[in-house]
Design a protein around this ligand. Structure first.
Ligand code: TRP
Length: 363
């Protein structure tokens, strides 16, 4: 067990990024050749409607993997909402809005399993053996726990927040997912999951591979900033939600921060806000930022914003039409989630049975 831990902790952050990046390129090739060999687990905390940052950062990638034939499982991590806050608002509404965003973006509930964390008891039970495999020091040093703790300000760290990497490991391992799409900052999560899988196999299963160690699949997506030039996030009020109306989208983009240079150029280092608008237009049109910048040129930031508004609204139009239909039928959304919960329960029960057997706890 110590050897496993040593090997994992031996990586410096930079090394593990380089290793994961090389590995991801190889994995992409394998996905193309043999999509049926992969199961992806990922998901979201249901804290509000999804925005363009989610869409271009993760959601479109999940749809791509699904359409490539990979088995995709999406966790709506409702228990994670209470890691750092006392009140959660109308949680079931938020959860169903998230499901509506998934479906509108192209997630097909027949091929992809969408389930709520709280609905799958056997998944949550995995937490107990997994907790025995990590030390409190390891949890306190985890970069995600640290970042989350800092983000929650002066609040004391809850046990649930401290054990965040462990419940994420349970989310991933309950269905034996072998692929977790992540941004660079999320790599430590996957490392903890790999550590827990290896330690479980060694300590409780005599070296048998009850749990595969999943790979991180680094997403190549560039980071889209909000309308004020900082990270796009609902709480900063700088996000364009997928469900926003065309008028609201126009208003938000009109109010976006730019700079005083009249001529539009693509210069991410010196003109990050303008570059971000060009990136957004590029993501929506498939054209390069440079070509778009040249097209706008001396017409200035007003013209750039007009162009961005047009292409964003055009790109999202089919999604928004689908979303309006889907969101109008709460019963159907609930039906999708319940079907996903059932499938997730089957997977979790099967895994928990194996765990009980490995641990000699079958009575
Ligand atoms: N923590 C993720 C988020 O904030 C959601 C999540 C929960 C997740 N469990 C996961 C992501 C497992 C990847 C793997 O959005």
């Amino acid at each position: 067990m110590t050897t496993t831990a040593g090997a994992t902790q031996g990586f410096a952050a930079g090394d593990s990024f380089a290793v994961a990046a090389a590995r991801s390129a190889d994995l992409e090739a394998q996905i193309t050749a043999h999509p049926e060999r992969f199961r992806v687990l990922t998901g979201d905390r249901p804290t509000g409607a999804l925005h363009l940052g989610h869409y271009f950062g993760t959601l479109a990638n999940r749809v791509r993997l699904q359409d490539a034939g990979v088995d995709v499982v999406l966790v709506v991590a409702d228990y994670q909402v209470i890691t750092d806050r006392d009140s959660v608002g109308a949680l079931s509404t938020t959860v169903l809005e998230l499901v509506a965003d998934y479906l509108a973006a192209g997630i097909d509930p027949v091929r992809t399993t969408v389930f709520a964390h709280s609905a799958v008891a056997a998944l949550n039970q995995l937490m107990l053996p997994f907790l025995s495999l990590v030390s409190d020091g390891e949890l306190r040093r985890n970069p995600t726990v640290k970042a989350e703790a800092e983000a929650s300000g002066s609040r004391p760290l809850s046990g649930l927040l401290l054990t965040y990497p462990v419940h994420q490991a349970a989310d991933i391992l309950f269905c034996k997912a072998n692929l977790v799409p992540v941004g660079r900052d999320q790599l430590p999560h996957v490392e903890v999951t790999r550590t827990i899988a290896r330690r479980f196999n060694e300590r409780y299963a005599g070296g048998r591979q009850v749990f595969p160690a999943p790979d991180a699949l680094l997403t190549a997506a560039p980071v889209l900033l909000g309308t004020d030039g900082t990270k796009m996030s609902k709480s900063r009020g700088n996000a364009i939600e997928l469900r926003a109306s065309e008028d609201e989208t126009a208003r938000l983009i009109r109010g976006a921060k730019t700079d005083s240079d009249r001529v539009i150029t693509f210069d991410p280092v010196n003109r990050p806000e303008v570059a971000n608008l060009l990136l957004l237009a590029s993501l929506c049109t498939g054209r390069s930022e440079q070509a778009l910048a040249e097209e706008v040129g001396g017409a200035g930031s007003g013209a750039l914003k007009g162009l961005v508004t047009e292409v964003v609204n055009e790109h999202l139009r089919p999604l928004r039409v689908r979303r309006a239909d889907i969101a109008a039928d709460r019963g159907q959304l609930l039906g999708v989630l319940r079907a996903g919960n059932l499938r997730a329960r089957e997977l979790a029960e099967a895994t928990l049975d194996e765990v009980r057997e490995a641990m000699d706890m079958t009575y």
